[in-house]
Design a protein around this ligand. Structure first.
Ligand code: SAM
Ligand code: F3S
Length: 459
């Protein structure tokens, strides 16, 4: 491989979710390890342009096709450049994408991104476009170079895919069914990250609480199943890892064992993103979510018993086919009852190939948009009131780096995932610091340093 090393540059444009952000980092890692590519944020100096696409909603896939159109002119002007399309649109379109856009050289899915170097090689050797959107089991996890460490936080993928088949969603078709990564591999990666200075890990997966790994029981020597609660317990025991986050979880497998973790595991943050989608049982059933509003509320009630003050955020879909004004009001009632700390809300987007695509959808788009605006106003007010209630409190924050807006300030994150900016010495980057919150802005907080690890060590 060494002879193939070059100073080539790759530009990656990412659409969509955190999983895609993670995958884009992995694309850069495999290309650097195998072929010496370095990342650039300027498309016009790149030898390879990758679009990591999203097809969860129509808007994201339309945006990617318009970007792809522009790349055609780019390639005409710079013929040597290679163009690759990955992610969920690639997975859905496959060969059709090359037919529609013959200037695309490589089409790969979320599960075949580790094969990128080999696909580039074959493309160069044959001058033919390469398409591989298969779902090779676990190969992706096994073939990844070790994670790069950039700062005190890191993402760790623990499972891939989704087997829930919600009636509106493309993910099970584009990312394949749930596959868990080996327990030992996850633990080794986190121990290694901790040894390299990482203090906070976010366990990633489409449904992390569907995780099921294998573990050798120390007493009996037998292989046992390890569920997500057991994995969290093991991660909590890793020295130097001080904070554990995860995303996304699903209400269906939110077991009492997982709820109990919030009493037992102090490193687990007091914040949870638990998508509910709707506050109407009729709509939830049509969405095939597999739980009722009562069951969702019961999870939250039991969580709050174990961890008073835990911040709950969620996802909502407005205007699902057949959603009546009454159904929508039930979602609003749920929002009032739970008091979420932030939520993503979307107008339903019809996705070809999903079961909901064939449902009658009679609600006019303008009514759906009105519902969405109303919901977003209420959700925003709830989130603002959480931020305002934090003013005057002391928060333990992890300093991630320099503030985006003002280079003389630092940026840190609270336990409930809010960004706090404050003036302080850059030496504090990577440390936990106690800050008093002085002001709640629209999306962020301002603070002042109280104490930090360095002062505590001296004291
Ligand atoms: N695993 C997550 C869960 O437990 O529901 C969802 C992952 S999905 C990629 C992210 C969010 O996109 C969903 O929670 C849903 O609110 C939204 N979404 C998915 N399909 C959608 C569609 N067809 N129209 C509108 N929003 C959609
Ligand atoms: Fe999509 Fe439902 Fe899975 S929203 S990612 S099919 S849990």
């Amino acid at each position: 491989m060494a002879s193939e090393k070059s100073q080539k540059k790759v530009f990656i444009r990412t659409f969509g979710c955190q999983m895609n952000e993670y995958d884009s980092d992995k694309m850069a890692d495999v290309l650097e390890a195998a072929q010496g590519y370095t990342k650039t944020d300027k498309a016009d100096e790149a030898d390879l342009i990758l679009l990591n696409t999203c097809s969860v909603r129509e808007k994201a896939s339309e945006k990617m096709f318009s970007d792809l159109g522009r790349l055609r002119e780019f390639k005409d002007a710079k013929p040597g450049v290679l163009i690759g399309v990955g992610g969920c649109v690639a997975s859905q379109e496959g060969e059709a994408l090359v037919k529609r856009a013959p200037y695309v050289d490589i089409v790969f899915g979320p599960q075949t991104l580790h094969r990128l170097p080999a696909m580039i090689q074959r493309r160069n050797a044959t001058s033919l476009p390469q398409v591989d959107i298969s779902f090779p089991e676990n190969e992706k996890f096994d073939d990844m170079p070790p994670a790069r460490v950039e700062g005190p936080t890191a993402f760790v993928s623990i499972m891939e895919g989704c087997s829930k088949y919600c009636s509106f969603c493309v993910v099970p078709y584009t990312r394949g069914e749930e596959i868990s990564r080996s327990f030992a591999d996850v633990m080794n990666e986190i121990r290694d990250l901790a040894a390299r200075g990482v203090k906070e890990v976010t366990l990633l997966g489409q449904n992390v609480n569907a995780y099921i790994g294998k573990l050798i029981d120390e007493e009996s020597g037998e292989e046992i199943d390890a569920d997500f609660a057991l994995l969290l317990t093991a991660v909590n025991a890793i020295p130097n890892i001080e904070r554990i986050r995860y995303t996304t979880s699903h209400p269906l497998e939110f077991t009492q064992r997982l709820i109990d973790c919030y009493a037992k595991l102090p490193k687990l943050v007091s914040q949870l993103h638990l998508p509910v989608q709707s506050g109407s049982d009729t709509v939830l059933a049509a969405m095939k979510r597999g739980y009722t509003v009562m069951e969702y509320k019961s999870i939250i009630r039991r969580l709050r018993e174990k961890r008073p003050g835990i911040s709950i955020s969620s996802d909502f879909i407005v205007g699902f086919p057949g959603e009546t004004e009454e159904d929508f009001n039930r979602s609003m009632k749920l929002i009032e009852d739970i008091r979420f700390d932030g939520a993503f809300s979307f107008v339903y987007s019809r996705r070809p190939g999903t079961p909901a695509a064939s449902l009658m959808d009679e609600t006019p788009q303008e009514i759906k948009l009105k519902r969405l605006q109303h919901m977003q106003r209420v959700l925003e007010a709830q989130s603002t009131s959480v931020s305002e209630a934090m003013v005057g409190t002391v928060q333990r924050v992890l300093v991630e780096g320099v503030s985006r807006k003002d280079a003389s300030e630092l940026m840190a994150r609270t336990d409930n995932n809010r960004v706090v900016n404050f003036p302080a010495d850059k030496q504090l980057i990577g440390q936990f610091v106690d800050v008093v919150i002085t002001k709640a802005m629209h999306f962020t907080l301002r603070g002042e340093v109280r104490t930090h690890e360095a002062t505590l060590r001296v004291a």
